[in-house]
Design a protein around this ligand. Structure first.
Ligand code: GDP
Length: 485
């Protein structure tokens, strides 16, 4: 496909003048009828769309690195965007009920029917016109799955704890995930309407996890209420907005959109349907996007009110039709208004994915630590420690904290009693910075867990003598690890 400057300008929504100026700055005097080469189009796409570092030219290989690069928008181009919130907590503590209650109490004027379809996330507007986006899949599985794929969509985590039940295993897991993601936490103490509800107990229990309420000298906001009776919801929203104000979440809406696929499926009539969340820029119904290994021209776009929309800006969730195949949840998307390039890149992505799957087994291994340290690329060793007794957990934590490897941070991202579970492997797979290892002390994972760890390329080490664990890590750091079979 060949395009003139005038055609191309209209496709990317820029003026001919801006494009001519770009070439002029490079010493080229062109006019609007000049037909662009493929390379020029790619340059322009980056120049105007992606804020790509200018010395680099777009290739199949670096395209998605560009996608991952944090863009440096000029401060004056940034505008406020709605905070994106995920609700996590133990099963039956009320995540779904809370999401539903928030959905039903926030019916915007003119949206008489309210939110009518589940599109992976929804946005509510409070009485002052302030918006909040809630991710509609509760729980930490979806959260960590996204993160393991490098997609950090959540700004704030609401940790829901039932007042009649207290801190439970999945509460702990949710805390680990939120901490690892380094996002602010708001605690919602739910089911306060129930006899036997004991919010104070929840507060004291959470102190053990460094989740300390303001009244106990901490800085974590707590809200008490009932998802079912719709109590405390206003206060919860206010707290979210307060945190959003403090963190000043912003994005540049005036550029081509980038974002993440939340959910996707194949519809018999409509073809691939994807729920996506725009993170920056504005998606236009005329755009073509690449999402993971798929691409396509957006044919139709609608919101959670089942309403057709023409544009979607930062923090806005929408459903789109028009991709050539079904993408995966967690895939990043980017606008690429050049079909040929889009196809090439989607193809390259598919190849890259295959290659990554083939290589994934070597990603995190203990005997590669020395090499990584020498290369200067290893900044952190993350550990998940599981042991048979609380005593062993404490002893391991104590000894591990004394290990000193120059230049490397040792993070214990989880240390708890019990065998190694799928959730430990999932947590490990969300680590993006450094190596992660799972240590089992007097515990053994079952076959399914081993298989998952193997698939994810995560190493599990089993021991029953504490000093062996320490010795092994120290040796690995020195590159003196005995081969273990
Ligand atoms: P999830 O597993 O965390 O999504 O929990 P659900 O939202 O499915 O809630 C589990 C059960 O607790 C359901 O029977 C809800 O009706 C009930 N529930 C949720 N919130 C409240 C509440 O505030 N008060 C009372 N009494 N029951 C609640």
């Amino acid at each position: 496909e060949t395009l003139s400057i005038a055609d191309f300008a209209s496709q990317i929504g820029k003026s001919v003048g801006e494009i001519l100026k770009y070439f002029f700055a490079q010493g080229l005097m062109l006019n609007q009828n000049v037909v662009l080469s493929e390379e020029q189009m790619a340059q322009l796409a980056f120049e105007f769309g992606f804020d790509f570092r200018k010395e680099e030219t777009l290739t199949k290989e670096n395209f998605f690195e560009a996608l991952d690069a944090t863009e440096e928008d000029k401060p004056e181009d940034l505008e406020h965007r709605a905070p994106i919130v995920t609700i996590m907590g133990h099963v039956d503590h009320g995540k779904t009920t809370l999401l539903d209650s928030i959905k039903n109490t926030n019916v915007v004027d003119g949206e008489a029917g309210g939110i009518t379809q589940a599109i992976g996330a929804y946005q509510v507007t409070n009485k002052d016109g302030k918006k909040i986006t809630f991710i509609d899949t509760p729980g930490h599985e979806a959260f960590s799955e996204m993160r393991s794929r490098g997609a950090n969509v959540t700004d704030i985590v609401i940790l829901i704890v039932a007042a009649d039940d207290g801190v439970m295993p999945q509460t702990e897991e949710a805390i680990d995930h939120a901490k690892l993601a380094n996002v602010p936490i708001i605690v919602f103490i739910n089911k306060c309407d129930k006899p036997g509800a004991d919010p104070e107990r929840v507060k004291t229990e959470l102190m053990k996890y460094e989740i300390v309420a303001e009244e106990y000298g901490g800085d974590i906001p707590f809200v008490q209420g009932s998802a079912k009776q719709k109590l405390g919801l206003d206060q919860l929203e206010e707290t979210i907005l307060l945190i959003a104000e403090m963190h000043d979440y912003k994005a540049n809406p005036n550029k081509l959109a980038k974002g993440v696929v939340l959910e996707a499926h194949l519809d018999k009539a409509k073809g691939p349907v994807a729920s996506i969340l725009v993170k920056e820029g504005t998606l236009d119904i005329r755009d073509m996007i690449i999402a993971g290994t798929t691409y396509g021209n957006i044919k139709h776009m609608e919101d959670e009110y089942n309403k057709k929309v023409l544009k979607a800006g930062p923090s806005k969730p929408v459903v789109i039709y028009g991709l050539n195949v079904v993408p995966s949840a967690g895939d990043k998307f980017i606008v690429m208004n050049d079909e040929k390039m889009a196809r090439t890149i989607a193809q390259a992505q598919a190849e890259k994915k295959l290659a990554a799957e083939r290589n994934s087994n070597q990603v995190f291994s203990l005997d590669s630590i020395k090499k990584h340290i020498d290369d200067g690329e290893l900044k952190a060793i993350n550990l998940i420690v599981k042991a048979d007794t609380q005593g062993s957990v404490e002893a391991l934590k104590g000894s591990l904290s004394k290990i000193d490897i120059t230049g490397v941070k040792l993070n214990i991202i989880r240390a708890s009693v019990g065998t190694i579970t799928l959730s430990d492997v999932t947590l490990a797979s969300t680590v993006t910075d450094g190596i992660v290892l799972i240590y089992g002390f007097n515990v053994r994972p079952d076959a399914a867990v081993r298989k998952k760890a193997e698939e994810e390329g995560i190493e599990i080490r089993l021991h029953n003598i504490i000093y062996k664990v320490i010795e092994e890590l120290e040796d690995a750091a020195k590159g003196m690890l005995d081969p273990v079979f």
